[in-house]
Write a protein that binds this ligand. Sequence first.
Ligand code: PMP
Length: 353
Amino acid sequence: MTWEDNVRKVVPYVAGEQPDKPDMIKLNTNECPYPPAPGVKRLAEEMDCGRLRLYPDSHTTPLVDALAEYYHVDPGQVFVGVGSDDVLSMAFLTFFNGKLPILFPDVTYSFYDVWADLYRIPYQTCALDSDWHIRPEDYKRPNGGVIFPNPNAPTGVFESLDTVEEIIAANRDVVVIVDEAYVDFGGESALPLLKKYDNLLVVQTFSKSRAMAGLRIGFCIGSKKLIGYLNDVKFSFNSYTMNLPAQLLGVEAVRDDGYFKETTGKIIAARERAKAELRELGFTFPDSRANFIFASHEKVPAEQIFAALREADIYVRYWNRPRISNYLRITVGTEEQMDRLIGFLKEYLDKYR
Ligand code: PMP
């Protein structure tokens, strides 16, 4: 027996790399290519550092209130965390506490199985169909909870609210989490379903559509009862998760709806143009409603294209994993960034025509 026998051993989640080169094109972690709303910058510059002497508001009241107002829900229905990873992690710990396995898709956000292992939650994955869609019937068996992103990652595939509701309605005795990290790029939120289902938790983030990945803000909305249980666990874990600047700057981002719509609109437009251009170059992909495209080339292996792009300081994401090892996940950047990506691919793929 050594001390190592008592260590909680985990295989950690691997985030996309964060290179920092002057001329690189970074399309590997689904960040927003535009800066946060102007009000965020203004407030950051004016912020009174004297207040940092005090602990922040442990209930993140300003941000909870701003989100409640924006999404037309009661503040008691909102929970804020340090990125949606923090919110999801707390939700796993709080709600997935049964003996039966939780269910999620086989191809999905690769943090879910990590949290399940960390918290010793049994899980089973349900295979997406050949078009990368969820098969709702897979979720109609005894389970300890359900989680899936909508749109899904890394596929970008969006499931209709009818499908989402079918899954929730079949799982009234467990918590169903819909991870809407990418919903602002043309998906439809499950938030209206909260009126009918008190076991639904909708999770969103400021990291993509609100251009604030560096500040770490995520939130979820659910019934007051769900949020109450989530807060009990959070306050048993760490009362002061979100720092004061993040709380205040987050409010500024929520307030500027015009800027939010403008930037998400630009990303959607760039995505639709990139889809046409990638198709022209011999790529196929499921139709994405997220800020990324999950693309496979008809002739050249994804791993090879990934390496060639990387060599040219164009970063995209590649996983050598079952079912997806011939796909690249390409974040949608600015029109100019996409032009450079497409220009490179055109030249590189020319020799394989
Ligand atoms: N959910 C999904 C599906 C994601 O792709 C990500 C981004 N890695 C997250 C949640 C977490 O994002 P964040 O913690 O930055 O809010």
